[in-house]
Design a protein. Structure first.
Length: 97
């Protein structure tokens, strides 16, 4: 679980990032979760865009993806979800204590 100071730091790092995944009318599936896990291992921090034609609520989508990939939800702003998961091999982000 991330603390407030850590979330603030991650939000500042994620500000310039573009979403690399989109959740549309297909919703969240096993393939999406697998790809998110792989991307998180390489990047640690990423954005996911929830499209307007997605039938699910963006908060539910964020919870599903975070639970499936073992990531922490940093922020949900508009239709964009920011996720963080510490990488085992490619650690680049140093969180404040």
């Amino acid at each position: 679980m991330l603390k407030g100071k850590q979330k603030r730091h991650l939000r500042s790092l994620a500000h310039h990032l573009n979403p690399i995944f989109q959740v549309g009318k297909g919703g969240v599936n096993e393939n999406l979760i697998t790809q998110v896990e792989e991307a998180l291992e390489v990047r640690e921090l990423l954005k996911i865009s929830v499209l307007n034609n997605c039938g699910e609520d963006k908060n539910d989508v964020a919870e599903e993806i975070a639970a499936g990939s073992g990531a922490d939800i940093v922020q949900i702003i508009g239709n964009t979800i920011v996720l963080y998961k510490e990488s085992r091999e490619h650690k680049t982000i140093e969180l404040p204590k």
